[in-house]
Design a protein around this ligand. Structure first.
Ligand SMILES: [Fe+2]
Length: 233
């Protein structure tokens, strides 16, 4: 499995607080069979997370080194979870995409946003957007999700919502999206090591396998990440 959304870098956002917690998180990933993780810290200047590419790269190197010392066999890739912003194109120039691809993970948050318009504008700049946890946006509809998918936008659903955790509304949308084949990636969006993101991913994998089959589970937990984000590796 590959987790494309995790707040595994210490001290740069509301994710893990120190290196010890990063390593505890990575150990849980390793035990559960997650082989690669994208460090997607918030880039959200309006919320006080003005992370630059340089800062996140530095944090990633630190965690990579510590993981190597601790013999933890999980590959880390650089990424970011970028908040929607009036000057998003400028923000994207300072923020990392996912593993230096043209694919960016965007958080549209709880303030109603014109997701279709934003993704269209970014497509003109040659970006492909992964919408982070669309099931959480109270204003989203299944119809809007279907339209976005037709537009070429990719969808990341959070694993907890497939295993009866988090808000009931989000769980309902996540299940519907799975049923209709509208999910591209399932990821943990882990913030804390004690949430055991590896175990959460494993349970969600088993759920998807039961409901949609092994081929689909492999796609959502691994194959799509490989083809979209690790193409050059
Ligand atoms: Fe997140």
């Amino acid at each position: 499995m590959i987790d494309i959304h995790a707040h595994v870098l210490p001290g740069v956002d509301d994710g893990v607080v120190d290196l010890e917690e990063s390593l505890a998180m990575l150990k849980n990933y390793e035990q559960a069979g997650v082989r690669a993780v994208f460090a997607t810290s918030h880039v959200a200047p309006k919320r006080g997370y003005a992370n630059t590419r340089e800062r996140l790269e530095k944090g990633l190197e630190r965690v990579r080194h510590a993981a190597q010392e601790a013999n933890i066999d999980v590959t880390l890739y650089l990424g970011a979870e970028i908040d929607n912003h009036p000057q998003l194109a400028n923000v994207l120039q300072q923020a990392p995409s996912l593993n230096d691809s043209r694919v960016v993970l965007l958080d549209f948050g709880m303030k109603q946003a014109d997701i279709e318009e934003v993704c269209y504008e970014l497509s003109l700049l040659d970006y492909t957007v992964i919408v982070a946890h669309p099931e959480r946006y109270f204003y989203i509809t299944m119809e809007a999700i279907r339209r976005l998918k037709k537009q070429g936008v990719l969808m990341q659903v959070s694993a907890p919502h497939l295993i009866k955790r988090g808000s009931k509304d989000a769980q309902k949308i996540a299940r519907k999206m799975l049923k209709e084949g509208l999910i591209d990636f399932v990821a943990s969006d882990a913030h804390r090591a004690k949430g055991m993101p590896g175990d959460v991913m494993k349970k969600a994998y088993q759920y998807v396998q039961k409901k949609a089959g092994t081929v689909q589970a492999e796609r959502l937990f691994s194959e799509n990440a490989k083809s979209w984000l690790l193409g050059r590796d």
